[in-house]
Design a protein. Sequence first.
Length: 289
Amino acid sequence: MHLRADHSVARALTIAGSDSGGGAGIQADLKTFTAFGVFGASCVTAVTAQNTRGVQAIHDVPTDVISRQMQSVFEDIRPHSIKVGMLSNVATIKTVARELQRADLKNVVVDPVMVAKGGAPLLTADSTDALLAEILPLAAVLTPNVPEAEVLCNFSIRTIEDAKEAAIQLKRRGPRIVIIKGGHAAWGDSREDSARDLVYDGRAFTTFATRRVPSTKTHGTGCTFSSAIAACLALEMSELEAIGTAKRYVYDAIVAAAQWDIGAGHGPIDHTASVEWRRGFTAGKDYDL
Ligand SMILES: Nc1ncnc2c1ncn2[C@@H]1O[C@H](COP(=O)(O)OP(=O)(O)O)[C@@H](O)[C@H]1O
Ligand SMILES: Cc1ncc(COP(=O)(O)OP(=O)(O)O)c(N)n1
């Protein structure tokens, strides 16, 4: 376990769906927290029957049980950071927003999960307005992939300029930092073999890139990235340190997964990859990790 400056154990909470296949959702988040030496607590919003081939069933947890889980964790465990993932529907969004407001925590990382890699919807189509109005104002860091940013902004993102415009529009909704993840496209990047994420803090654009790993074992990359950022914030890293460290951890976990063979579809990444703390980033620069 890693300690904070005041010698307390770093603690993080994930509010997300359960993935029975173990690669994404709550399971990915808790494995990531552990990899960073951060104690992990959880609030389950939905139970999915899922594996590397797709999503077979979804059961939404009743909203009173979601409220109670959050209250139980806030009353006793008192997390230093929170990751928010799958929220399923408008009622769950409103419930989570109400409890987050009550808790008044500043390190909330929001991954606006909409669709699983196999194409299964994880959020109802009528939820976009509630997500924008109720959850984004509470986010310290917002981490949409390109298709999610397109839904939230209602325009298509084909170039780095489009991505910058999306980041500017989403920042106006309240998050301190917006990251448009480049896992889905080589938008605006002269190196087609790189996976570049665009970070906007309201003043400058910073990008973080790694080599794009040619792998189908990428199930759970988005969940892992956002929970790694939350873990790093619980460890008192700056936001850019947290993003750079999380980005490199996800890359190493994708590379490490090449060694294993789990499931017949989109395999999970390897959360036992080691964590290297990345420091010294300056806003407004491009980093190749
Ligand atoms: N094949 C890949 N090689 C390297 N990095 C990747 C690859 N796929 C995704 N990433 C990185 O993983 C993180 C999650 O991105 P992404 O896969 O776009 O999220 P999501 O799972 O929400 O769609 C980002 O930092 C992205 O750049
Ligand atoms: C329960 C649950 N939550 C989130 C996701 C989506 O996870 P993500 O990291 O975006 O990975 P892919 O599904 O895109 O591989 C999920 N599948 N299940």
